[in-house]
Write a protein that binds this ligand. Sequence first.
Ligand SMILES: Nc1nc2c(ncn2[C@@H]2O[C@H](COP(=O)(O)OP(=O)(O)OP(=O)(O)O)[C@@H](O)[C@H]2O)c(=O)[nH]1
Ligand SMILES: [Mg+2]
Length: 252
Amino acid sequence: MPIVFIIGTAGSGKSLFTAAFSEWLKMSKQDVATVNLDPGVLKLPYSPDVDIRNYVDVGNLMEKYGLGPNGALILAADLIADEIENVAKDIDAANADLVIVDTPGQMELFAFRASGPYIVNELTKEPKALVYLFDAVFSVNPMNYVSNMFLSAAVYNRFFQPQVYLLSKCDLLPKKEIDKIADWSADPKALENSIEQLEDPKRLFSRNMVHAIRQLGLRFMLIPVSAKTNQGLNNFNTTLERILTGGEKYTY
Ligand SMILES: Nc1nc2c(ncn2[C@@H]2O[C@H](COP(=O)(O)OP(=O)(O)OP(=O)(O)O)[C@@H](O)[C@H]2O)c(=O)[nH]1
Ligand SMILES: [Mg+2]
């Protein structure tokens, strides 16, 4: 069964998007399973079919090793790799046609330690994709947007898997602003224009960053979505189906 990993900076909307998209798929009778890979999360907006917290307990780690919350989270992020067989077994038992994986809150614990790429590579040999969330409220500033592009390129460099780019929480901005951010992803010149209009002396550096990214050949279209209004889910799903199944539905 194909697997999609939801990734993004802390608070970018990974968990709520996992909830909204899985519910939306279920409404169209698609057979989907959700996986929580965040060992530190206390409350989730969905009931995961597979939950890493059954195997890795951050509270226990703090007690057992005398760690603070951050140290325990780092240890937990490393330990989830040891549980990959259990997670794979639970995913198999869920017997769905598509698996959505909600990754740990702090992206660096997943993307920039050894366990994340190991899990993505080893969990399945079936088609997979990463979904990278750009938080719309953060990305509305062109320099923040450029920083996020760089982060997403760094994530791509770690996983080397097909990556889909979402503009999350787009219900929080006026349509005009959302269109502007989407334009930046479609047209680097539009992004450069917005950067040039800034008074900020840092804009020269941002402009050079845009050039560097263009040289990497990383071109992508941001898909605006909202986990509150379900806007953009159809569009996103079509893109995902194309990548994971060559355009077929997951469930017939
Ligand atoms: N308005 C609005 N709020 C959202 C949306 N998605 C997420 N949020 C809110 O943003 C906050 C963070 O959302 P989460 O889904 O927990 O984000 P996350 O990336 O899983 O966060 P961590 O795992 O804690 O790093 C919550 O208060 C959500 O209610 C959205 O589409 N629209
Ligand atoms: Mg989360």
